[in-house]
Design a protein around this ligand. Structure first.
Ligand SMILES: Cc1ncc(COP(=O)(O)O)c(C=O)c1O
Length: 491
């Protein structure tokens, strides 16, 4: 295919050139009627390009096939059989994938380090999750992706599960041995879904970890806004092989999707694919060189350590995307939460993932020496300021075995059934009726249907005091928790 084409971007340019006008949504009529306050901040062009997809950008039957063509170009660029665009984030794409492989019933093997959008898919679908243990690192207190052995052992225990689903790369940039895991699944004729939300750029450079389709996965979901250059919410899900019906996959996404997809988001995905096909190798070369250089410069700062060797290896992850610069700030005597807040307040920079002892800067092809210097200067200032910051309150970290609580009820039944609200002090031993997720990285510590233990509660309560953010429980202060009512004991 001609990778120089940009069907959606070109159609949008044509829309502007022809001065089309729609007596249709969006009602702002390309910004003519939009609030001035918004136009002042967003700019006229944002509204100008926010047009209807069908009976707007394309005609009412989409006879020009702009979206279809853009998706085919994406599949061609990355070497997948099918590519589908979504404007509802990977959060929608992973749910569509789950529904498509399981037909909405039965069991699925899922890494327990799954993102909350995956677990939300389990709640909605009513599937029985069979949790694959990630490789917990009790020293670093983080989860590496599940090993092939862990996947094999789960297949032996649950041979009737419909598919396996793994997150790779994780938000730390660590990757699973997808090739071996795909072979294990395929020996049983079962599909493998990879949540590669953090891996949109992987197909475009050989020095990055292997991208899921090259490693043999059946479905892989990427967020174009995370490591690519798309707008927030832009996602692509890719499919190959004969184990998953493409029509079913598309229709499952259709069930969950908006009927008003954003043309701006589509254009962002289309343009980014074009940019990667034309210049991806060079742009990623530059980004990787910058990452190597920045990693060693940060490592010279006293009190900050950049993680690398300890993340990869036999007991850890299979590979690492070095654009994720994960920094341990423990030696500064502060928490990752404090470091992130201090950098935002004092240096006007934000970092991504942060936890009790780490912060992470993700680099992209947009970064250059000047943004790297800005980060370096801010980190130097943090190192000087750290001694005057209050000591962090202790986060009482659970052992990895405590993090794997038993799922004793279907997540759907626990979530949608009757609920009792109990003080957090009384929640140990009860079955959770809501998910509770430290964000970032967005991996639920508690899921509906799990029997809650005291160690995880202590972790969340002490984490909350130290600055952890819990956006999803009904009571974000975590004074109370929603649990499944239990009948009073007989006698
Ligand atoms: C591993 C993983 N999967 C899925 C998602 C959801 O992606 P999106 O924000 O595109 O909906 C995220 C978001 O952070 C994620 O980290």
């Amino acid at each position: 295919m001609d990778q120089d084409e940009t069907p959606i971007v070109s159609a949008l340019a044509d829309y502007h050139r022809k001065d089309r006008y729609g007596f249709t949504p969006p009602g702002h009529r390309q910004g003519r009627g939009a609030a001035e306050t918004a136009v002042d901040v967003l700019g006229k062009d944002t509204y100008r390009s926010d047009v209807l997809a069908s009976a707007g950008l394309d005609d009412r039957s989409s006879s020009n096939g702009y979206l279809q063509k853009a998706q085919e170009l994406m599949a061609d660029a990355v070497g997948a059989q099918h590519a589908f665009f979504s404007t509802c984030g990977s959060s929608l794409s992973v749910k569509a994938a789950i529904l498509a492989v399981t037909r909405g019933t039965g069991e699925i093997l899922v890494g327990r380090d799954a993102h909350k959008s995956v677990t939300a898919g389990l709640i909605l679908s009513g599937l029985q999750p069979r949790w694959i243990s990630p490789s917990w690192d009790d020293e670093l207190h983080l989860a590496h992706p599940p090993s092939p052995e862990a996947v094999e052992s789960m297949w032996q225990r649950h041979p009737d599960a419909a598919a396996a689903m793994i997150v790779s790369p994780t938000p730390y940039g660590t990757c699973a041995d997808i090739q071996t895991i795909a072979e294990i699944c395929h020996q049983r004729g079962k599909p493998l879904i990879i949540d590669e939300a953090w891996g949109a750029h992987l197909p475009f450079h050989d020095d990055l970890p292997t991208w899921a389709m090259d490693a043999g996965a059946d479905i892989c979901v990427v967020s174009v806004h995370k490591m690519g250059m798309g707008f927030e919410q832009g996602s692509v899900y890719h499919l190959q092989g004969g184990l998953v019906d493409p029509v079913r996959l598309r229709q499952c996404a259709d069930l969950l999707s908006t009927t008003s997809s954003s043309v701006i988001m589509y254009a962002g995905i289309d343009a980014w694919r074009h940019q990667m096909a034309q210049h991806g190798r060079r742009l990623l070369d530059d980004a990787l060189n910058l990452a190597t250089d920045l990693r060693s410069r940060i490592d010279t700062l006293s009190g900050i350590h950049v993680l690398e060797d300890e993340l990869i290896g036999a007991e850890a992850s299979h590979d690492l995307d070095r654009l994720h610069v994960l920094m341990d700030v423990q030696e500064l005597g502060i928490s990752g939460y404090q470091a992130a807040d201090w950098l935002r307040t004092n240096c006007t920079i934000d970092v991504g993932l942060n936890d009790h002892r780490r912060i992470e800067a993700t680099l992209s092809t947009s970064d250059d020496e000047s943004s790297a210097q800005r980060l370096m200067k801010s980190l130097q200032a943090l190192c000087s300021a750290a001694k005057d910051l209050p000591r962090p309150s202790e986060v009482r970290l659970p052992r990895s075995s405590d993090l794997e609580m038993k799922t004793v009820k279907l997540p759907r039944d626990a979530f949608f059934g009757p609920v009792e609200v109990v003080p957090v002090e009384e929640a140990a031993g009860r079955i959770a009726a809501e998910q509770i997720t430290p964000y970032p990285p967005g991996v639920p510590a508690i899921l509906p249907g799990e029997r809650i233990n005291a160690a995880v509660l202590e972790y969340l309560v002490s984490g909350k005091e130290a600055g952890m953010v819990l956006p999803d429980p009904a009571d974000p202060s975590l004074k109370t928790i929603r649990v499944v009512p239990e009948p009073p004991e007989a006698g």
